[in-house]
Design a protein around this ligand. Structure first.
Ligand code: TXA
Ligand code: MG
Length: 337
C-alpha cells in the first residue's frame, strides 16, 4: 500500500515520504503503521522497517519489499516494559532481570510467543524476539502507534544494514510508505539476540550488550552460538549477510603478518588496475567507533566503485565481537595471514 495525499510539508521521493523526527511527522508515521503501511525509523542500532506486529498482511509485505527469506523471523519492538506481556506468552528465568538491567537498549530476547503475535512475524516458530529500543524517535513512534512494531533492519535482504536514512532510500525508495530521518544511528550494528527458551541462555547474534554483561546480570554462564558447527540455531544465521557489492577479503592472524599480507594484496590488485578499498586499517580505533562506521564504510566502497575490499581483523572485545561477526558474514573469503 502506498499512502498518497499526505498534507503539505512532507517530501515524497518516488512515493516514499521522507519525514522529519518531530511530533507531527511521527504522528503521521504512526498513522501509516496503524493503517497497515510500512515505515522505516531510526533506532540506536540501525534503521528498522516497521509494520504493526499484530497485522499479518503488513508483516508479509515487509518480507516482500526486503526480498527476505520467509523462514527468517522478525524482532518485535515495544515502547514500554509492560508491553512485553502482549508479545510474550511467559517469561523464562532471568528475563525480568535482563529487562530491568538493559531495557531500553540493544538487547533482543527470544521468548515464548503470545497468541497476539501472528505466525508471519516469527516465521512459524513458537518463539518471538522482542526488544525495547532506546532511540527517542523509535519510542515515540511505537507509543503513538499504540501497537508493538515488527521491524527487521531496513535494507534489501543481504545488503549492509542502514545506519542513515539515505541508506534506507538507496535500498527501498518507492517500496515503502515513509522513512523518518533521525540522523546516523549511534551504535551502528544490530542488537544482541539472546535466546532464553533453551536450557542455557544462548547468544544468537553478538551486539552492544556483551556476553560478559549478560552473564554478570544473570549470575550464570551464557553460550555463544556459531562456535560449534551444525544446524544454525537462528534462521537468520545461515544466510550471507551485510554484504557490499564488491568481494570482501577478511584478513586475520597476528598483526604484523596481517599488515604485510594486506600491503602485498593491495599492491597485487592495484597493479591489475583494480580499485581496492581498505577497511579499518587502524588497529588503535575504539571498537565502538569501528561498529558505528562499519556499514557506512561498506556502502561507501560500493558508491566509490571499489572492485575489492580488504578488511582487517580487530580484537573481539566489547563491540569488536559484533564487528568481527558481521565482517565474517560479509566476507567472500577469510584469509589467515
Ligand atoms: O538492532 C536490531 O535488532 C535491528 C533494529 C531495527 O531493531 N533489527 C534487526 O532485525 O537487526 P533483523 O531482522 O535484521 O535481524 C533479526 C535477527 C535475525 O538474525 C533473526 O533470525 C533473529 O533476529 N530472530 C528473530 N526472531 C527470532 C526467533 N524467534 N528465534 C531466533 N532468532 C530470531
Ligand atoms: Mg538484518
Amino acid at each position: 500500500m502506498m499512502i498518497k495525499n499526505m498534507s503539505k510539508g512532507f517530501h515524497s521521493i518516488t512515493g516514499t515520504f521522507l519525514l522529519q523526527p518531530h511530533g507531527k511527522a511521527i504522528a503521521r508515521a504512526a498513522d501509516i503503521i496503524r493503517r497497515g503501511g510500512l515505515v522505516a525509523f531510526p533506532t540506536e542500532t540501525v534503521y528498522g522497517l516497521g509494520a504493526a506486529a499484530t497485522d499479518a498482511a503488513a508483516v508479509r509485505r515487509i518480507f516482500q519489499v526486503k526480498g527476505r527469506p520467509a523462514d527468517n523471523p522478525l524482532i518485535v519492538h515495544v515502547s514500554a516494559k509492560e508491553q512485553l506481556y502482549v508479545v510474550a506468552a511467559s517469561l523464562p528465568e532471568g528475563a525480568a532481570e535482563l529487562v530491568d538491567r538493559f531495557w531500553p537498549g540493544p538487547l533482543s530476547l527470544v521468548l515464548p510467543r503470545s497468541s497476539a503475535i501472528p505466525d508471519e512475524v516469527s516465521a512459524g516458530l513458537p518463539t518471538v524476539a522482542v526488544r525495547m529500543p532506546s532511540h527517542p524517535v523509535a519510542l515515540r513512534l511505537i507509543a503513538r502507534a499504540g501497537v508493538p512494531i515488527a521491524a527487521p533492519s531496513a535494507n534489501r535482504s543481504g545488503r549492509p544494514s542502514p545506519t542513515m536514512a539515505s541508506h534506507v532510500l538507496a535500498d527501498l525508495a518507492g517500496r515503502i510508505d515513509a522513512v523518518i530521518d533521525g540522523g546516523p544511528c549511534p551504535v551502528g550494528v544490530e542488537s544482541t539476540v539472546l535466546d532464553l527458551t533453551g536450557a542455557v541462555p544462548l547468544i544468537l547474534r553478538p551486539g552492544a550488550i556483551t556476553a560478559e554483561a549478560i552473564a554478570k546480570c544473570l549470575g550464570r554462564a551464557v553460550e555463544i552460538a556459531g562456535k560449534y558447527s551444525g544446524k544454525p540455531p537462528s534462521p537468520g544465521m545461515k544466510y550471507r549477510h551485510y554484504s557490499p557489492r564488491a568481494p570482501l577479503l577478511l584478513i586475520t592472524g597476528p598483526p604484523a603478518r596481517r599488515e604485510k599480507l594486506i600491503a602485498a594484496l593491495k599492491r597485487h590488485y592495484q597493479r591489475r588496475n583494480l580499485k581496492v578499498g581498505l577497511l579499518m586499517p587502524d588497529q588503535s580505533v575504539d571498537p565502538a567507533v569501528a561498529a558505528r562506521r562499519l556499514y557506512r564504510a561498506l556502502r561507501a566502497f560500493d558508491q566509490q566503485g571499489a572492485d575489492l575490499i580488504l578488511a582487517q581483523e580487530i580484537p573481539a572485545v566489547g563491540l569488536g565481537a559484533a564487528v568481527m561477526n558481521r565482517l565474517a558474514k560479509a566476507a567472500t573469503r577469510i584469509i589467515k595471514a
